[in-house]
Design a protein around this ligand. Structure first.
Ligand code: PRP
Length: 291
């Protein structure tokens, strides 16, 4: 690779992943204009061009080497099964591919999908699901508004993406099975990963990406506590290397600073800390963590 051949990353031109993808690239310290996402933009501070394209085209662009990298939904990767490499899950764009039926349908379990008609924009994923469950159904391929097909009498069930669930609710549909979970992923062209210079540049980007993803999943927590509670507090704080402990002016009191995981158990952890005497608990987001 020369200076005239920067890396190229393809991201979604419009739709739900586009904004989040651009935010992630900016969080990674990349400066670029989006020009209303007109096809192409060059980074000002990294040898990287950004291509704004349709999400369904990203796997093909990456497979053909038009782009070295791509950010898209795992759902599209799974449906298209192109010869590309998934290198990271990005922690946004969560949804799942689900099978749903009208609320008043006789179909209530996946076994009852035998000999029915199922409308979907994900025929390959659905075919695999049916095969895995030893089911036979007619797949009706629809490119958009799959959710209205049961009410039009076109299909008995649908297989579509569900994110908030509001499309299902609005159309009086209920989910009866999950095909797979999805989120945004970073994919790469396999040859780019073998090219020494490109690989080097991808690794530079991955360092930034890793730092952002790590930061997103963690919080910095500060608290005061009686010195006698230190053991108990250390047992409550999960997976930390070693907290910073400082004496306070007040006799027998200490300040504890630590990096903690910002996952579902976060509030349980806060409650437990309070119970063992922690007070003045301050929690701040972390922008980046570089190991
Ligand atoms: C998907 C899917 C549903 C909707 C579900 O469409 O086809 O219509 O999202 O989301 P909800 O559970 O939050 O209501 P999307 O907006 O991704 O566009 P698409 O039709 O191009 O897939």
């Amino acid at each position: 690779m020369t200076k005239n051949a920067p890396l190229r990353i393809a991201i979604q031109k419009s739709g739900r992943l586009g904004d989040e993808s651009m935010k992630l690239l900016r969080d990674m310290g990349l400066r670029f204009e989006n020009f209303d996402r007109k096809l192409f933009s060059s980074c000002k501070n990294f040898d990287l061009d950004i291509l704004f394209v349709r999400d369904k085209d990203i796997p093909e662009y990456v497979e053909d080497g038009v782009a070295d990298l791509g950010i898209l939904g795992f759902n599209t990767v799974e449906e298209q099964k192109r010869n590309i490499k998934k290198i990271e899950s990005l922690g946004f764009g969560f949804c799942s591919l689900e099978i749903a039926v009208p609320k008043d349908s006789k179909i209530q379990s996946i076994q009852q999908l035998n000999n029915t008609k199922i409308a979907t924009s994900y025929p390959n994923a659905l075919k695999t699901f049916l095969k895995k469950n030893a089911l036979k159904a007619e797949i009706i391929v629809i490119r958009g508004s799959v959710e209205i097909t049961p009410s039009l009498g076109v299909a008995d069930a649908i297989c579509d993406l569900v994110s908030t669930g509001s499309t299902l609710r609005t159309n009086n549909l209920i989910s009866i099975a999950k095909v797979f979970d999805s989120e945004a992923v970073l994919v790469a062209n396999k040859n780019a990963l073998k090219d020494v210079l490109k690989k080097q540049e991808i690794e530079r980007l991955m360092l930034r990406l890793g730092a952002c993803l790590q930061g997103k999943n963690k919080k910095y927590i500060m608290m005061n506590a009686p010195e006698s509670s230190l053991r108990k507090i250390e047992n409550i704080l999960p997976g930390i290397d070693s907290p910073t402990i400082m004496p306070l002016a007040e006799e027998g009191m200490i300040a504890i600073h630590a990096v903690v995981s910002a996952e579902d158990e976060f509030w349980d952890m806060i409650e437990a800390l309070k119970k063992v005497g922690a007070s003045a608990i301050l929690v701040t987001p972390i922008e980046k963590i570089i190991a």
